[in-house]
Design a protein around this ligand. Sequence first.
Ligand SMILES: NC(=O)N[C@@H](CC(=O)O)C(=O)O
Length: 421
Amino acid sequence: MAYLLKGVSILGGTPTDLHIADGVISDKAEKGAEVIDATGLVALPGLVDVHTHLREPGREDAETVETGSRAAALGGYTAVCAMANTSPVADTAGVVEQVWRLGREAGLVDVQPIGAVTVGLAGKQMAELGAMATSAANVRIFSDDGFCVADPKLMRRALEYVKAFDGVIAQHAEEPRLTEGAQMHEGEVSTRLGLTGWPAVAEEAIIARDVLLAEHVGSRLHVCHVSTAGSVEVLRQAKARGVRVTAEVTPHHLLLTDELAAGYDPVFKVNPPLRTAADVAALRQALLDGVIDVVATDHAPHAVQDKECEWSYARPGMLGLETALPIVLSVFGEKWDLIADRMSIAPARIAGLAGHGGDLTTAGTPANLTLVDPTARQVVDPAGLASRSRNTPYAGMTLPGRIVATFLRGEATVLDGKAVK
Ligand SMILES: NC(=O)N[C@@H](CC(=O)O)C(=O)O
């Protein structure tokens, strides 16, 4: 299939014609190419999410690789990294290969499995990292996300181990003793509501420890869902010293605050919790500065019974894939170079996904891209989402930026704002 995107603006530049043929960007017109009128549309390299929960195997009632892939494509993504906290846990070559195969069968985005750091995410014994790395799934990111690798000796060994294949440990930074029973951010609002607090220092202490460990062993560390101003300062100092650390922030931590817990609606319960307006401001600045490298969704679908219940019983987590770009656009405006770097180029580099985050002006680049109408406004309707779950914190909000089309290796996965399959 060949396409001609007529009058498209690549990263907000002067309108031009973009040719796609044989899976790549082409420098010449192809006979019989399907013409898409792209006047007013912006082309971005396909978005890449380094932190997605797809729930398969085990919780197919909340999401499957296929439904999550469809949500991703509709959100402008061409690749997602699937977190390991499935059931069974993705801690063996067998499970990561299963997820990878399901992703290929769905064929809507590249699904790159993340492997667990420890067996069963239990934090006791290192999983078979080497076997996962050399499996067909070619795992490079390892994470116990949902849980912190709290044991410093185990963390050190894991960091050392992945050096052999240029892997990276993605840490869920949460000191477990400091967050026992935690329900929301520890601060004024938690005191007022009488909910047990999750103090900022529980995140900052682990990041501080881990950057020192990564520095000591000369290995790569990635910090998941950074949520506090203090964490930003720890990262800023570590990067200034040359530590090999990268970090992500979620769309929800760039927009929402702990005040939302006041209504006790569990849709706003998430881990790490929503923080204060001062934290939100620091995270925004850190993304602009590059102290935080990427926006990652932490797309965390949950079944109705796990969310529509009492706050303290609800699972933490929010949907993210279908709203990430609109949220980032609403926060930063049309900063296309920033958006392309933080949502595609840098995440592709961190995850080692060659072929994603490429230069759309160069012929031969794999045609992984998305077309956005920045002027369109859409009201978020949970019932209209492609995800199998409904736990979006943005219901009823009007957001800018409609994803019009997405292409994976030159094949449309989304056209006219609708999934092709
Ligand atoms: N981010 C979340 O709030 N939830 C994650 C895991 C976790 O980090 O707790 C999930 O898998 O649901």
